[in-house]
Design a protein around this ligand. Structure first.
Ligand SMILES: Nc1ncnc2c1ncn2[C@@H]1O[C@H](COP(=O)(O)OP(=O)(O)OP(=O)(O)O)[C@@H](O)[C@H]1O
Ligand SMILES: [Mg+2]
Length: 359
């Protein structure tokens, strides 16, 4: 274990990337570290030619990741869309790690992000002392990606103001970054491209202009279709995160994952799993990411306060935290769910009692 809290994808999975690259001599887009097929194997899991096991990073439809990888090999940029917690940032990080070997060229976009954080800024001491020059430029991650032929990640792209978004049009269509102050333009090296992520649920976001839309291919990452699929995602990620945090994983954890996800999926979809009772839905998304957070919270509680025993008692508080985002409305939704569904369901007596108490 290192003392760095979180390693980048290319650091955490260095061995897998090296194993894939060792036997990967096929043709590839200029500037790519791996062939598109090897990138796909890295994302979806499988075996590297030497026999090294590659763990799946994304669990879901292979076709979506194929489209994403293929897009990055063209002159169009990639926009990953979806509700919160559908692995947009996660996929974007792993794509950048596999394709460019560097996932750290990242711009977190907010409503307050301005052009200088997207294109370039100035070192004002240098600018005042010597006037505009190459040395006085402060390169943004986008500018560095263009210089190095790497991938730039733009997180929560639609939070940018529309005028700031549109500064990307020249970069994406002409593949140059004009620097009028120096009367030059920085051409992008081959291998450069952009991966943006955007949340389709957030309020207060700015739609992409149609000029910009044309320069992106959109891939929508869905919520997991079945309980089994979601259980397998959560099980894998919870084990990895617990390992990182040195938290022991008790033997009965799969049962608890299933219980938490059953509750989350029913509340999320507004109907019980057997399609018999319609339910009110809470205001939050209750995504897979939230289920992962709930379980890791429960594991921490179990490890430090309950002798490693994980059950409804340890999970109730993080579950209520995930479900109740609006203190009035969501509380009523959960209380109704407890009374109409969980109270009578076999095997859920403890969840009924503990959730009721935590509410
Ligand atoms: N289909 C999936 N396959 C693998 N991991 C998943 C999947 N869905 C969710 N996850 C996990 O959920 C966690 C959160 O994902 P991530 O932060 O990428 O979500 P996001 O879509 O970027 O959300 P937000 O819109 O809130 O930024 C990650 O740990 C990721 O591993
Ligand atoms: Mg994200």
């Amino acid at each position: 274990m290192t003392d760095v809290l979180r390693l980048s994808a290319e650091q955490s999975y260095a061995a897998e990337l090296a194993a894939l690259s060792a036997a990967d001599d096929g043709p590839r887009p200029v500037g790519w570290k791996l062939t598109p097929k090897a990138v796909l194997t890295y994302l979806m899991g499988g075996a590297a030619p030497g026999g090294t096991a590659i763990t799946p990073k994304y669990v879901g439809q292979r076709r979506l990741i194929e489209t994403a990888v293929a897009t990055l090999a063209t002159d169009r940029a990639l926009l990953l869309m979806g509700v919160p917690g559908t692995a947009k940032s996660w996929v974007s990080e792993h794509l950048a790690a596999a394709i460019a070997g560097d996932s750290t060229l990242l711009i977190q976009c907010t409503a307050g992000t301005d052009e200088t954080q997207i294109r370039y800024g100035w070192n004002y001491a240098e600018l005042l002392a010597h006037g505009p020059s190459e040395a006085a430029l402060v390169a943004t991650p986008l500018m560095r990606a263009m210089r190095e032929g790497a991938l730039c990640r733009l997180e929560e792209f639609t939070r940018l103001g529309s005028d700031v978004q549109d500064t990307l049009i020249t970069v994406l269509s002409e593949k140059v970054l004009p620097i009028p102050e120096l009367a030059t333009a920085l051409p992008a090296r081959r291998g450069f491209n952009v991966i943006a992520t955007a949340n389709s649920r957030d309020k207060g976001v700015n739609e992409l202009s149609s000029a910009l839309k044309r320069r992106f291919n959109v891939v929508v990452l869905p919520l997991p279709a079945t309980l089994e699929e979601e259980v397998s995602i959560v099980r894998r990620r919870v084990r990895e995160l617990a390992d990182d945090l040195a938290l022991p994983v008790p033997r009965g954890v799969d049962e608890q994952i299933k219980a938490v996800l059953t509750v989350f999926r029913e509340l999320r979809s507004g109907v019980t799993a057997d399609n018999k009772v319609t339910l009110k839905t809470p205001s939050g998304t209750l995504s897979t990411a939230e289920a992962i957070g709930t379980l890791v919270g429960g594991l921490s509680q179990a490890a430090w306060f309950a002798d490693g025993q994980l059950g409804a008692r340890e999970l109730a508080a993080p579950m209520v935290g995930a479900i109740v985002k609006d203190p009035v409305q969501d509380k009523a939704v959960l209380a109704e769910y407890l009374e109409t569904v969980l109270k009578r369901r076999r095997g859920y007596a403890q969840y009924y009692a503990e959730l009721g108490e935590a509410l």
